[in-house]
Ligand binder design. Structure first.
Ligand SMILES: [Zn+2]
Ligand SMILES: [Zn+2]
Ligand SMILES: [Zn+2]
Length: 125
């Protein structure tokens, strides 16, 4: 149990410091030098627990591989750099207008949404 707590602490600290999506395997390789006893299966379990807790989000890439990022509590979207994978957080204000338009034009009531933006970050621009 102690072990699980340490894995959680280290995984969370890593995700908070990296502003990009990381796969379980990448996290495993980054944490391994400092925590040689860490198992990949523990990382998977930890990531799922964090995702269920709501502070970590996941996405699945075109190869079906899941990756994870720290998001905290506040609702926002991600602008993902196509070149380096850097993730910027984007406020969601514009969605209110979109939701109203959708309701008026198509009588569709929007309950939830998931949007990603792609482009080049300030360093790759
Ligand atoms: Zn986020
Ligand atoms: Zn970039
Ligand atoms: Zn939103």
């Amino acid at each position: 149990m102690m072990y699980q707590t340490a894995a959680r602490k280290h995984t969370l600290a890593l995700l908070k410091s990296e502003r990009r999506y990381l796969t379980a395997a990448t996290i495993y390789h980054l944490l391994k030098p400092a925590s040689p006893k860490l198992a990949l299966s523990t990382i998977y379990r930890t990531l799922e627990a964090l995702r269920e807790g709501g502070t970590v989000s996941s996405r699945v890439d075109e190869h079906g591989e899941a990756s994870y990022i720290y998001c905290g509590e506040k609702h926002h979207h991600h602008a993902i750099c196509k070149q380096c994978g850097h993730v910027d957080e984007v406020d969601c204000d514009a969605i209110d207008a979109f939701t109203t338009a959708l309701l008026n034009k198509q009588s569709f009531r929007l309950d939830d949404h998931s949007i990603e933006f792609y482009g080049l970050c300030v360093r790759c621009n």
